[in-house]
Design a protein around this ligand. Structure first.
Ligand SMILES: NC(=O)c1ccc[n+]([C@@H]2O[C@H](COP(=O)([O-])OP(=O)(O)OC[C@H]3O[C@@H](n4cnc5c(N)ncnc54)[C@H](O)[C@@H]3O)[C@@H](O)[C@H]2O)c1
Length: 360
């Protein structure tokens, strides 16, 4: 069978998700040309350049806010949009223009590029499109070291004990991060319908894996593990300060498995929106994460208690990904313990190189 040669552009391709997806694509399709575009604004993203080079992924320094930077790369068959200011806390108490221009205008520039040249769009959206107040209003109980949702079989519109579905109500504020992503989603749906762009939207919960340059406001699994390795300071922030808040996590390699399916049959997914995440089996609270990190590192940190709940914080998000699982048969394959082992191994093996990013 003759393999078709494709051109793939990954915007934000030196970031954690972008570099991982670009490298997996090139690994599985050595005959494809895979390009990463990034302005290297994320601290630590420069460390991914050597990985990209070794993996055969081309790198172009550029900015999604500038249409000409995209135009200079020419037509592509697939554009995976991973560039972003990815912190839900961005913009609070400060100037939001970088966030809006990157996340929304950048996404529009990607759409315009595809309208002109053709090609498929894979958009990495976020579970933070769901409104903060509605998520905070979910009925939670404390069980051991975590919050649990809807005890006694409780269900509501778009949620159940299995987590949050795509039908969760969208009314209400969600942070500018979430709003820029949701605005981009609306435009993607219109471009997809009007210009027949095969676009798919993946609303991802927490993603993690090696080469995630975690910091206090984004990438908490990497940050937590790194603080245990380097013996830095950590605090449980908000919701009583006990670390009971819960998220599901998904290894970026499992996200890639889904995206590979979406690439292989672009029209099946055109114009659709999916919640994508690890689900209840891959959920954990911060306090449970501390236990996992202690087991792996053999260290004990005293975790601080910060009672202030930040404006964008939510106590609970677990993805109900039934829609995408039913359509594709996709399932996360990497278990919670394996994800944490992988994070631990990566930080220990690259301890010197990563020290400038992670040492508090
Ligand atoms: N990591 C997660 O848990 C998670 C969860 C849901 C959605 N997402 C989304 O996945 C995507 C990737 O996130 P990530 O975790 O890899 O973050 P990241 O910060 O590691 O990667 C984003 C990359 O975009 C680059 N960038 C920022 N502004 C740019 C601009 N104007 N032009 C070009 N490049 C620019 C940064 O330098 C960085 O390398 C984002 O869209 C994010 O919103 C991430």
């Amino acid at each position: 069978m003759v393999k078709s040669k494709k051109r793939v552009l990954v915007t934000g391709g030196a970031g954690f998700v972008g570099s991982s997806l670009a490298l997996y694509c090139k690994r599985d399709h050595p005959e494809w040309e895979v390009l990463a575009l990034d302005n290297l604004s994320r601290e630590g993203s420069v460390l991914n350049l050597e990985r990209l080079r070794q993996g055969g992924v081309g790198f172009q320094h550029g900015d999604v806010r500038n249409p000409e930077d995209l135009a200079s790369l020419g037509a592509v068959d697939i554009l995976i949009e991973c560039s972003a200011e990815p912190s839900v806390h961005a913009g609070y108490g400060g100037d939001p223009r970088y966030l809006v221009n990157t996340n929304l205008v950048g996404a529009i520039n990607c759409l315009e590029h595809l309208r002109i040249t053709g090609g498929q769009l894979i958009f990495i959206s976020t579970s933070r499109v769901y409104p903060i107040a509605a998520l905070r209003a979910l009925p939670l109980q404390t069980l051991g070291k975590r919050f649990v949702l809807g005890g006694n079989g409780g269900v509501g519109r778009g949620w159940s004990a299995e987590g949050i579905t795509e039908d969760f109500p969208l009314e209400g504020a969600r942070s500018l991060y979430g709003a820029t992503k949701l605005s981009a989603e609306l435009l993607i749906a219109e471009y997809s319908a009007m210009y027949d762009i095969p676009a798919v939207i993946n609303r991802c919960g927490v993603l993690t894996g090696p080469w995630q340059m975690g910091k206090v406001d984004q990438g908490f699994v990497a940050l937590w593990m790194a603080r245990h390795v380097y013996q830095g300071a950590l605090s449980y922030m908000g919701f009583g300060g006990d670390g009971h808040q819960v998220r599901d996590i998904l290894h970026v390699a499992d996200l890639y498995e889904l995206i590979a399916l979406q690439i292989s049959d672009a029209t099946l997914y055109q114009g659709q929106v999916f919640n994508v995440g690890g689900g209840s089996e891959l959920s954990l609270s911060l306090a449970e994460l501390t236990d996992f990190c202690q087991q792996r590192c053999g260290t004990h940190l005293t975790i601080g208690k910060d009672l202030e709940t930040r404006a964008a914080d939510i106590p609970y998000f677990v993805t109900d990904a039934t829609r995408i699982k039913t359509l594709t048969g996709w399932q996360p394959g990497i278990a919670l313990g394996e994800i944490l082992d992988d994070m631990h191994r990566w930080i220990v093996e690259n301890k010197n190189e990563l020290a400038p990013v992670f040492r508090a």
